[in-house]
Design a protein around this ligand. Structure first.
Ligand SMILES: Cc1cc2nc3c(=O)[nH]c(=O)nc-3n(C[C@H](O)[C@H](O)[C@H](O)COP(=O)(O)O)c2cc1C
Ligand code: SF4
Ligand code: SF4
Length: 277
């Protein structure tokens, strides 16, 4: 890596991708490379020549969420570095099994804008969807391995050893379906989230955390679920009363980080005026 710092944009529904991004940020910082964390849902804050752009986002619908695609599509063309090339970029994702359309398509969208791909990797993590039973020790083993692999991946990026492959046809077809909201449309028809008004304490957290503003609050604080849900699981994972869920009585709430980690988005650094985690 030629860049001297990393601007790291991340989205994570239940925390899995955030764990990986934090492990990478810690590894970069150990090498003396500063990392600034940014939540994707807050929008793009710009990039300068000499900085590396990092993207971390969940694998969903065999690619990623439509709002992540919209973020990637909204990125400006890369500024030019002193050697005339584009700004360096890497991608890290997490999945529960198969990520066919993520890596190659994200590479294409970024290279079309002039960014210079220096590495991509998808890490296996526990499923964050419809957990009927949660095997905590198996999940912890998976998460530990992903964190260690993520730290090695950051070292590979820093040392110029990482790669970013692409399977053109498969990636393009899957990503094109994802961008047309193929996944969420199907989910909205068959697996609408349920909201249990009797459990809700009107704390407003779900509305605060939804990355696409799909939850609004009535004047008395009762959440209203809109019809644009992309099923990222944030509200399901962090509702303190388990009032939002996947249809099915046996579903268990799953999350892998603290609420504070999601809220701050700094990838382990104290927020200005805040405390270190
Ligand atoms: C709506 C939805 C779609 C998903 N699609 C996939 C998928 O296509 N392939 C896969 O391996 N995992 C899939 N998963 C599982 C997540 O990718 C995995 O659990 C991930 O680590 C969650 O990361 P996060 O907590 O950072 O959002 C999906 C999860 C959800 C909620
Ligand atoms: S997070 Fe849960 S308890 Fe809080 S307002 Fe939303 S549904 Fe109600
Ligand atoms: S309503 Fe919940 S699951 Fe749907 S997009 Fe918002 S936070 Fe994600």
């Amino acid at each position: 890596m030629q860049s001297t710092s990393v601007e790291f944009y991340h989205f994570s529904g239940s925390g899995n991708t955030l764990l990986v991004a934090e492990a990478m940020a810690a590894a970069f910082r150990r090498r003396g490379v500063p990392v600034a964390g940014h939540r994707i849902e807050k929008g793009f804050a710009g990039i300068e020549p000499g900085q590396c752009l990092g993207i971390a986002a969940t694998v969903a619908y065999f690619s990623t969420y439509p709002f992540v695609w919209r973020f990637l599509e909204s990125l400006p063309p890369s500024p030019r570095t002193s050697d005339g090339a584009g700004v360096e970029v890497f991608y890290a994702g997490t999945m529960a099994g198969f990520a066919g359309g993520a890596v190659g398509s994200i590479r294409k969208i970024l290279t079309d804008k002039g960014y210079r791909p220096i590495g991509a990797k998808v890490f296996l993590m526990p499923s964050n969807y419809h957990n009927v039973a949660i095997d905590r020790s198996a999940n912890e083993r998976r998460a530990s391995k992903a964190r260690a692999d993520a730290a090695s991946f950051a070292d590979d990026i820093a040392e110029g050893r990482a790669a970013w492959g692409r399977i053109p046809v498969v990636s393009d077809i899957v990503a094109s379906l994802a961008r047309r909201e193929w996944g969420p449309r199907g989910f909205r028809k068959k697996f609408r989230l349920f909201f249990d008004r009797a459990k809700c304490v009107n704390c407003g957290l779900c509305a605060e955390l939804c990355p696409i503003g799909n939850i609004s609050l009535d004047p008395d604080g009762t959440p209203q679920m809109g019809d644009r849900c992309e099923y990222c699981q944030r509200c399901v994972s962090f509702c303190p009363e388990h009032a939002i869920g996947i249809p099915g009585a046996t579903h268990q709430q799953y999350r892998s980080v603290t609420l504070e980690a999601v809220r701050s988005g700094t990838l382990g650094l104290p927020e200005e005026g805040g405390d270190a985690r």
